[in-house]
Design a protein around this ligand. Structure first.
Ligand code: GAP
Length: 520
């Protein structure tokens, strides 16, 4: 990671802690790796993201309903889904540093380094020659052709070894790519072993193998096993969807980059059941819809892109990610997968129960095909924070006449901000606090409000900027005379005087999730 981006992530982590968004879990016991707690402002932001997703799925589509299935499920479910046998990552340790890595990631990083060398050669040549022809250069420059050959060979070996679970071949690839441990600097690797990512525990009071159950690694299976319950009780006809938000657990080998890769996280998933043969139409439909949902947040369309999966999972006939430009670069934010009839078919086989849909129009029974959209709530949170976090150098006399000190402002989309309005009496005395409390008590039914009467007003504005509150309402002596207040905009810092009776109509639209939903 480049230094600037590294610093941005570090600043976001410390800001999140300082302002009550995210705390390391079990901090007084020195923390628990890759587990985090959401603080008072983080919990609000998280709830607002959930609301934006849930309302989009279940209120904006009359053929999608939401459920809330249990985390614990019958262990055979994970056999049927393929997680017991195949939800593995290849793990390798460096014998000198004793650090553990994902072997496929080590190989991928080494391949990316060779690609960097090609990019540098191209950059150098482009500077040197006028009328530079990149395609020609890539095809004819000896060194570049050699690098490209190395990349193609390594990619093919990586794909083969992963597909055939050949861990010896994967280790040989790491050796051939001359991968060294970034900590010890040595190439002293253990054998590569498969590591299952599911957490397990025992149900009941006797610890026997038969009581072994798993903490779900995805919420999707809770939807599949309830497919017929929901279809029958809702009387929905295909195509229809079932949405769910909930916790998922994965014992990630390398969990880093803050809340990007956690061991306990939340997913927002929707399984859309369609007629076999129509899945590609719906796959394209959901790709477009999900991209619009993201882009409507206003974090910059250029920060999103599709990334097609080249190595499809055994159950998929098409799959892509929506990647986001995180501080660490473009990485997966959401997955969109055409899962065929794999899951329902497999649950039919393992449970012995029919999971078919009777299509009255065609007068036939079939197992529906499924298009899935799956986005990580915590990754959504990080995507918003990383674009919202802004360090600003202010001119000596910025708009509104505030002190010219620098500020950190979270430009969170107002509809998702933890608090919508801060109510700030200029001072406690002269009846200003009482007037402010009356305004708070009126607005609190419509907006999440924050009341504060300590410190000078400039400091209070800065604190509200730091947690992303879109509006600050200041109550001063004039308020007592004419029932007007100043309303300050977080982003422009401009203040305008307005009557108290106008406040709700002024604020409502810009902080409402409904406004966002109408723009999708
Ligand atoms: N049901 C499909 C499924 O679970 P996935 O690509 O493994 O697919 C979906 O996960 C999304 O869940 C990812 O795009 C990501 O946003 C989020 N996610 C996955 N693993 C995660 C982790 N360890 N920490 C945080 N978010 C994670």
């Amino acid at each position: 990671m480049a230094n600037q981006e590294d610093n941005l992530l570090k600043n976001i982590i410390s800001h999140s802690k300082e302002y009550g968004f995210i705390f390391p879990s079990s901090e007084i016991y020195d923390g628990l790796s890759a587990v985090y707690d959401y603080g008072q402002n983080g919990a609000e932001l998280k709830n607002n993201i959930k609301e934006y997703w849930w309302k989009f799925m279940t209120m904006m589509h009359d053929n999608i309903v939401g459920i809330d299935s249990a985390i614990f499920m019958h262990p055979t479910i994970w056999k049927a889904s393929g997680h017991v046998d195949a939800f593995n990552d290849p793990m390798v340790d460096n014998k000198d540093s004793k650090k553990r890595y994902r072997a496929d990631v080590l190989a991928e990083d080494a391949i990316a380094k060779i690609q960097d060398k090609i990019d540098k050669e191209v950059e150098k040549a482009a500077k040197r020659f006028e009328n530079f022809d990149k395609a020609m250069f890539l095809a004819t420059n000896g060194r570049v052709v050699e690098y490209q050959k190395k990349i193609d060979e390594a990619n093919a070996r990586l794909k083969d070894s992963m597909n055939s679970s050949n861990m010896e071949a994967l280790k040989q690839l790491i050796i051939d790519l001359e991968v060294a441990d970034p900590i010890s600097g040595t190439k002293n690797w253990t054998d590569v072993r498969q590591f299952n990512l599911m957490f397990s525990t025992e149900m009941g009071s006797v610890a026997e193998d038969t009581n072994k159950i798993y903490l779900r690694p995805e919420t999707a299976q809770g939807i599949f096993v309830n497919f017929l319950n929901v279809q029958k009780t809702s009387r929905l006809k295909i195509p229809f969807g079932i949405a769910q938000i909930g916790k998922a657990f994965r014992n990630e080998i390398v969990a880093r980059q803050f809340i990007f890769r956690m061991r306990e996280f939340e997913q927002m998933e929707m399984q859309f059941f369609v007629k076999p043969g129509e899945e590609m139409k719906w796959y394209e439909f959901w790709k477009e819809k999900r991209m619009r949902w993201h882009q409507t947040l206003g974090l910059g369309s250029e920060n999103y892109r599709f990334h097609d999966h080249l190595n499809l999972a055994h159950y998929a006939n098409a799959a892509c990610d929506i990647q986001f430009n995180f501080p660490m670069g473009f990485k997966e934010l959401e997955g969109i997968h055409s899962r065929t009839d794999f899951d329902l078919k497999s649950h039919e086989k393992f449970s012995g129960k029919k999971l078919q849909y009777f299509d009255a129009e065609d007068n036939q029974n079939y197992i529906p095909y499924v298009v899935e959209t799956s986005v990580g709530l915590d990754r959504m949170f990080l995507s918003i924070l990383s674009k919202a976090y802004t360090e600003e150098k202010l001119p000596a006399r910025p708009a509104g006449g505030e002190d010219g000190s620098d500020r950190v402002v979270l430009r969170i989309p107002p509809a998702l901000a933890p608090h919508k309005v801060a109510i700030l009496p200029l001072m406690k005395k002269d009846g200003l606090a009482e007037k402010a409390e009356a305004i708070f008590n009126d607005l609190k039914f419509d907006f999440r409000c924050f009341y504060e009467d300590k410190d000078n007003i400039g400091k209070r504005y800065r604190r509200m900027d730091a947690i992303g509150t879109p509006y600050c309402i200041t109550i001063d002596h004039q308020t007592l005379q004419d029932d007007t207040v100043t309303i300050r905009d977080r982003d422009t810092m401009k203040q305008e005087r307005t009557s108290i009776s106008n406040l709700k109509s002024k604020i409502r639209d810009s902080v409402s999730i409904a406004t966002l939903l109408k723009q999708i």
